[in-house]
Design a protein around this ligand. Structure first.
Ligand code: ATP
Ligand code: MG
Length: 138
């Protein structure tokens, strides 16, 4: 079964949207296999988003990710990586399709409520960045 990694970002946690987002995840047939609520430190956020370190938005993005608690998740389903990207919607909520999480909950391009791995290799890196094998219970 394919696993993907997700974050419920600070803007969504702050607005009490954890339950509504988990409901979308479980309601769309994903099984949650690991979950924790944490406050990221700047070095941890920078390491997580290292692929974006040359981008102009890197500093703002990593600082924003440390502004409040986030929920880290691993969940699985057939084709989970692509299916979760579809359920999240486009990066900019203004471009996101109706019925997607970002369309319904995101504030703007940066405060876009959720993260999702974009490929097999990034999913493997992101899962192992935050979870040990004993914390993932299928
Ligand atoms: P994520 O990786 O969080 O799932 P994504 O894959 O849709 O989002 P990326 O291009 O990987 O988008 O960008 C990572 C995050 O950086 C975005 O989710 C958003 O929070 C922020 N971001 C992306 N582009 C911009 C931008 N032009 N200005 C400000 N923030 C941005
Ligand atoms: Mg991305």
């Amino acid at each position: 079964m394919e696993k993907t990694f997700a974050i419920i970002k600070p803007d969504a946690v702050e607005r009490n949207l954890i339950g509504k987002i988990l409901e979308r995840i479980e309601g769309n047939g994903f099984r949650i296999v690991a979950m924790k609520r944490v406050l990221l430190t700047l070095p941890v956020a920078q390491g997580f988003y290292h692929v974006h370190k040359e981008r102009p938005f890197f500093k703002d993005l990593t600082e924003y990710m440390c502004t409040g608690p986030v929920v880290l998740l691993v969940f699985e389903k057939e084709g989970a990586i692509k299916a979760w990207r579809e359920l999240m919607g486009a990066t900019n909520p203004a471009d996101a399709d109706a019925g997607t999480i970002r369309k319904d909950f995101a504030i703007d391009l940066e405060k876009n409520s959720v993260h999702g791995s974009d490929a097999r290799d990034t999913a493997a890196f992101e899962i192992s960045y935050f979870f040990s094998q004993t914390e993932i219970l299928s």
